[in-house]
Structures are given as structure tokens and as C-alpha cells.
Design a protein around this ligand. Sequence first.
Ligand code: ZN
Length: 235
Amino acid sequence: MCASKLFADTPAARKRRYGAGRFSFNVAQGRCPTCEGEGFVSVELLFLPSVYTSCSTCHGSRYNPQTLEITWRDKNIADVLAMSVEAACEFFADEPSVMRALAVLRDIGLGYLRLGQSATELSGGEAKRIKLATELQRTHHGDTLYILDEPTTGLHPADVDRLMLQLQGLADAGNTVVVVEHDMRVAAQSDWIVDIGPGAGEEGGRIVVAETPDVAAAHERSATSPYLRAALTLR
Ligand SMILES: [Zn+2]
């Protein structure tokens, strides 16, 4: 995240010649030497799996005291990593370089994640959405094909709407978005539907209808068309 650059640009950090790397817990200079930036340590137990406990040197902050002395708007880097994406959006509201990544995370429904959350603590769905967010914040040239496998899995309905806005943005920019999806609200907002069934999956499936949502919803032999019709009336 580019917030480390904001910290490196403070007068106090410049005076000490702390670069942006100093504020990354992956870099030796700034991190706590005891836990090497993990924030926790592993305790080996005889005959039992080892357990993890908060690092007693940095108390889970991941950084050494010198790094934590540097503050930006009265917060040090550990305070920032403890913030949720939502809170960070307020804190960094007037810092476009940081906001860009934060806003995408918030917009796809990950506003509750802490910035310092380790990737291993993420659910499969969250990890997938972060990957998607990373892709979405890149500069697009309108020549990319995206294939998404059930991107709405585990999403709150409000977040599905946010995700759809993002995907629509990609399509509007000239990209092609192919989504494998069971959520008929997503299908209803597509430009084109390929209805595969029965026997989709192992049996390969059979294309029942390939049409615009309105036409697909009127199809008689499609098992999904009643659900699609319902979703279209809600649209
Ligand atoms: Zn530590």
C-alpha cells in the first residue's frame, strides 16, 4: 500500500532517512526483530502442535519502537494497519494515491477487512475478491477478457450490487466479462446469457438457450427461466 510513502515523506522520517520500505513489515529495518514483522511468535509444545501467541516485544504491532515513533496525522503505521478499509477511507480521504486501492476494496464489499490482515486469515471468497480488486484498480485499455467463476459466492446482496457496478465499468470500458454464475440477479444484468443445463458440470451440459436476458427468460424448456423472469422484474 502506498501509505508507507506518506510516512516516509514526513519531516521526522526524512530527518532519520527512513525510506518507504521502513514502514513495511516485510523489510528488516523497520520491523520488530523478535517476530520478524509477524506480530506473533510460535511456541513449540512437546507432543502438541505449536501454538501462536502475540509477540511480547512489539505486542503484535509488528514494528520496532523507532518505526512507531513516526506518525502521520497522529497515527503510526501500526495504527493504520489496525484500521478497517472503511475507516482508512475516511483517514486517507484526501490522499488519492492511497484512496484508489482502498476505494476498490470498499466498493466490492471488503470494507470490514483490516489493512494489516494477513492473507492466510482470509477466506477463499475474500482472497478471490482481493485478486479481483487488484485487477480492477489497474489501468484498463479495454482489450481484456475476464472470466470469473461465481464471483458473488459469499457476498451480501448489497455487495453483489457493488460488484456488478465494477463489472459493468469494465464492460463499459470495452472489456469482455464472462461470469459463471447461479445468482439470477447477476444474470439479469448481463448483456447475453448462455444457459447450460441439464447435466452441466461432469456431464458437460447442453446449451439450452443463448440469448439476451429478456428472450432467455421467456424460454419454455429452460429450468432457470422462471428465476430469471423474477430477477428481471426486480431489475
Ligand atoms: Zn514483534
